[in-house]
Design a protein around this ligand. Sequence first.
Ligand code: BYC
Ligand code: FE
Ligand code: FE
Length: 471
Amino acid sequence: MSIDYSDKIPNNVGLDDNRRLQRALEKWQPAYLEWWDSLGPAKSTTMDVYLRTAISVEPGGWAHFDHVRMPDYRWGIFLAPEEKDRRVNFGRHKGEAAWQDVPGEYRSELKRLIVTQGDTEPASVEQQRHLGLICPSLYDLRNLFQVNVEEGRHLWAMVYLLHAHFGRDGREEAEAMLERHSGDPDKPRILQAFNEKTDDWLAFFMFTYFQDRDGKYQLASLAESGFDPLSRTCRFMLTEEAHHMFVGETGIGRIVQRTAEIMAEHKTDDVRPLGVIDLPTIQKYLNFHYSICLDLFGQELSTNSANYFTMGLKGRYQETRIDDDHLLADSVYAIPEIRGGDIASIEAPALSSVNERLRADYILDSQRGVDRWNAILEKAGIGYRLTLPHIAFNRGIGVFAPVHATPDGRIIDDAAWNRDREQWLPSEGDRAFVASLMHPVMEAGKMAHWIAPPAKGINGQPLDMEYVRFN
Ligand code: BYC
Ligand code: FE
Ligand code: FE
């Protein structure tokens, strides 16, 4: 199905035939644009950016590349194609036809899931607002804006569901999405990781590697939903998520590569005076971003998530490929607990542990990129290795929240934590050092000194193409 960009709101949901919904969304649109102007990418209004836009939602057929004036970008509403005879695939309603309308008895749970998901999208744009001013290259600037416009569209996707299916409450929730702001002391974003600062490009790449990957796992679980419009929306969003994680993985890979080259060339670990980011600082950023993202999966034992599962609203990762009864009535799952100052494991009802299971899937996936970064170090003959810290390290949600643990998983007391935390998490000095490297590089084909060039350009274009033009 192709998408008509002459519409005020490009869409494949038949907005033209639904005047009420169209009017509601057209009313929300100016507030959105005002938000984008004031809290979206800073100073981007004079730029033409080589962006990928969706022109069709069919698999493989939707990517169109062109220079777009940032203020002319058109956010639209796209759902993945309808799957014929789709069913609810898990929980109490397993086997029933998937719902096209919100089941009345699950209205508030569904709304909460959609609001929580929606809230993260504009939050990330706010967190990344100033990065364009200090971009390491036009290639990277373009990638930042690509991520930002897609996160903006993800907000549109959730706002569409709220307007189309939740009446007056939905409209109020849609407005509130633009009223909460990342880091706002009075009206913060819902999930803590979306209130943290993302002030430099090392943080940005860690964000897109780790935090967008939480997006992948949460969206994949929501894509299993028995509420079909949510499933279809999330399935389309997932096609965009891959690029966000690519930006993160290759971004960190390029930083690691540059540092490794300088270390090998000068035969030293002391690379800060040589203008690149030392590996221990990269490890500290990794520790921070990974640990705050583990919190995004919620508590190990969660009645909320058990209910979402039983109700058929939110499944497990790739639910339909799992070989079990999809009811989880009697099965168990191992979850961590603290026993006598040590970390142990107990069996818990699998139904209450779906948050923990999703976190475990996420951890496995997170390791893959770390292995690839280490392969870069190995190839350069550098002995240092990056690692994911222990699951107990620096946690704010769940069983580990009340304790302190080292990156290798030893429980320690407050005094030890306060003494050593700056060895494990970025200190103000570390952040100031990274910030000192962040000078904008805006000449086509040029790269900041602290990062290697990417292996190839966007969409088969040369690296020295003008990915962003200035008017
Ligand atoms: N921060 O029952 P529990 C993305 C609260 S990222 C603050 O364990 P539950 C993106 C919780 O609300 C994907 N509070 O948790 C990435 C509950 O409160 P009540 C975003 C937290 O309900 C990059 C209480 O603690 N999508 O798309 O299972 C760029 C008990 O918790 C946190 C989603 O998250 C936290 N981290 O919640 C752009 C999907 N964790 O009931 C975009 C939608 C828990 O005591 N959300 N709490 O008042 C959900 O599926 C679930 O709500 C959660 C876990 C995964 C967040
Ligand atoms: Fe998103
Ligand atoms: Fe994303």
